[in-house]
Write a protein that binds this ligand. Structure first.
Ligand code: ZN
Length: 162
């Protein structure tokens, strides 16, 4: 069966690649100080039990994730598999619409609706549906979930009003 996708439904860039680290200062010593990436953001995400850093490179970022609460999934990931690649995040225009499309296509979702992430509305797709890779979707600034989830959009209006 031939299928068509609207251009706006395609992911537009790799927003970030996330790496789980045991010690944030040690990891910044590598990624910022030795590799030379600038540190844009370093902040705790209390609700997820992690501390994260964003280091921009080109149109993407490296995200460093340090578990601060041993009961979280990320902490268990670190204990089981050690430090390393955790997930890739793709930017889309409308996370909720993309989730609907993927669910209808039989893709196994971890989040069935957008939720608040540090950098915008996000949702995760199960690695079982992505060849063993945990995939995160993030909504481009000004998308419909920004307002719905209470982000301060700073006057940015959706490019395609619903
Ligand atoms: Zn992420």
């Amino acid at each position: 069966m031939e299928r068509t996708f609207e251009t706006s439904r395609k992911p537009t860039r790799v927003h970030h690649v996330a790496i789980v680290v045991r010690d944030m200062e040690n990891a910044l010593g590598t990624y910022r100080d030795r590799l030379g990436l600038p540190l844009d953001v370093l902040l705790p995400i209390e609700s997820d039990g992690v501390r994260i850093a964003f280091l921009p490179i080109g149109e993407s970022n490296i995200e460093l994730v340090e578990p601060t609460d041993p009961s979280t999934g990320v902490a268990r990931f670190l204990e089981t598999r050690g430090e390393g690649f955790h997930h890739v995040c793709l930017e889309v225009d409308d996370v909720a619409a993309e989730l609907d499309r993927l669910a209808a296509d039989g893709v196994e979702l971890i989040d069935t609706a957008p939720r608040r992430g540090a950098e915008g509305p996000v949702a995760f797709i199960h690695p079982r549906s992505c060849n063993g890779v945990l995939v995160e979707l993030i909504e481009a600034p000004g998308g419909p979930a920004w307002r719905a989830l209470g982000y301060d959009t700073g006057g940015i209006e959706p490019s395609t009003p619903a």
